[in-house]
Write a protein that binds this ligand. Structure first.
Ligand SMILES: [Zn+2]
Ligand SMILES: [Zn+2]
Length: 446
């Protein structure tokens, strides 16, 4: 069995606020630096990007794409460039349902260029401006989108994206719904999975009854190469070429296939920029108990707080997972996997991007980035460094500080400052201080 690390949500240079370097070459280059085996095109709804996809990629297994050999030859890139793609896009729906304005982002995956093309044509015929943004904003409801997509492509995957972010998501405090059924209506049964976003981890999602029978997936939503894989979903397969789109489809649907859902790679949710409630301008961030005490009002400016993911998850949770409901078990490399004791869910590991660890060690961001590139070029890809390489080898190659940092990270010995209202949190791996009464760091999770 091999590990297939998949990052299936990314954006192209045609989407707003995305690096102008995000073309297909750049995406594959960074996928390889990270150790990602399966990535996504993103943005196939954008006509110019769709042309680039067709010009450069070819189908190598049903619904799986890779660079055309002729393209790589022209660019002298015949070595490497093994990462493969699936066709993905993200649609931003803005509409009124009930009295509320809803803003929801939804990922769509299809197995063929033809299906993508037909969906694009249908969306254009309904007045959607697909040129406006790689992540098009449409006035269609998520039910209308599901209907259009599934009628054209019954094997499409429809996955609500970063479902907890306050402003643009299925469960968002400012934008969404309280249940999948309320949003998707009769199409609820086709929502096999959700994507957690950076500010929530699987434990938080396991608490929500509506997600009991849905797969919990994680992807990066990268807007630039270095951000690829900051979250990812890991499958197991016989080898890297032994699966196709329909295996992915089945795995995400919860059925047996040549791909088996293994685990997810997560941010510590505190690092996400909407973890706690607060106000960025007021520099106020509050834990849920405090938010309740303040009745959701900012103690500094008196206006309603931006309710973060931690609060929102509590509101929608049917149960609260305590330490005794969870199991923390390290593998042979010392990487701690978190599982639910009942074994109903796939486990996860929490990581901090390697570049951030180096920024904690090096004296400047420039030096950290130089060291980062040197490690990826001469030592190993990022996931191998974070998950696989023996600590002794890391120490030999990159010094004792990085070895210590990665060792701490693998054991979840980190210190956390939570993000809020668009401000990223901070995770430090070197200044973790073990309290005498604390055998493990598990309690830090709550
Ligand atoms: Zn989005
Ligand atoms: Zn305020």
């Amino acid at each position: 069995m091999v590990r297939v690390i998949a990052d299936l949500q990314i954006h192209s240079k045609y989407a707003r606020a995305v690096s102008s370097k995000m073309d297909l070459f750049h995406i594959v280059e960074w996928s390889e630096k990270k150790g990602i085996n399966l990535t996504a095109t993103g943005d196939w709804t954008h006509p110019l990007w769709f042309k680039e996809i067709q010009k450069n990629l070819e189908e190598v297994a049903p619904g799986i794409f890779a660079f055309k050999k002729s393209v790589l030859k022209d660019k002298n890139l015949i070595y490497g460039f093994k990462a493969r793609f699936v066709l993905s896009t993200e649609i931003s729906s803005i509409y009124k349902q009930g009295d509320k304005l809803r803003r929801i982002h939804t990922l769509i995956f299809v197995p063929s260029v033809q299906s993508a093309e037909r969906i694009n044509t249908d969306l254009i015929n309904r007045g959607c401006n697909l040129f406006s943004d790689g992540r098009p904003i449409v006035g269609l409801t998520v039910q209308q989108i599901s209907e259009i997509v599934l009628e054209i492509e019954p094997k499409a995957l429809i996955i609500p994206a970063h479902i907890w972010t306050p402003h643009f998501s299925l469960f968002g405090s400012r934008s969404g719904f309280d249940s999948v059924a309320e949003a998707f209506g009769q199409f609820e049964k086709y929502i096999y999975a959700i994507e957690t976003g950076l500010s929530s981890d699987p434990i938080m999602n396991w608490q929500v009854k509506d997600l009991d029978n849905r797969r919990i997936l994680s992807f990066s939503d990268a807007h630039s190469g270095p951000k690829l894989g900051r979250e990812a979903t890991v499958f197991y397969a016989e080898d890297l070429k032994s699966f196709d789109y329909f295996d992915l489809y089945k795995a995400i649907k919860g059925q047996k296939s040549n791909l088996r859902l293994g685990f997810t790679i997560e941010f510590f949710p505190e690092e996400g920029k909407y973890h706690l409630s607060g106000h960025r301008a007021c520099q106020v961030s509050l834990e849920p108990e405090e938010v309740r005490k303040q009745n959701g009002i900012c103690p500094k400016c008196g206006k309603p707080l931006i309710i973060g993911v931690k609060d929102r998850v509590r509101d929608l949770s049917a149960r609260v997972f305590k330490e005794e409901d969870l199991e923390f078990r390290a593998n042979a490399n010392g990487v701690v996997f978190v599982r639910d004791k009942q074994g109903k869910r796939v486990p996860f590991v929490s990581l901090v991007p390697l570049l951030e660890i180096l920024e904690e060690i090096e004296s400047s961001k420039t030096k950290a980035f130089a060291k980062y590139n040197q490690l990826l070029e001469n030592f190993a890809d990022e996931f191998s460094i974070l998950l696989d390489k023996p600590i002794s080898e890391i120490e030999k190659f990159a010094g004792p500080l990085l070895a210590k940092g990665i060792n701490n990270l693998r054991q979840r010995k980190v210190s956390l400052i939570s993000g809020y209202d668009g401000v990223f949190g901070k995770i430090k791996v070197l200044d973790y201080i073990e309290k005498p009464d604390e055998v493990e760091t598990q309690s830090k999770l709550f």
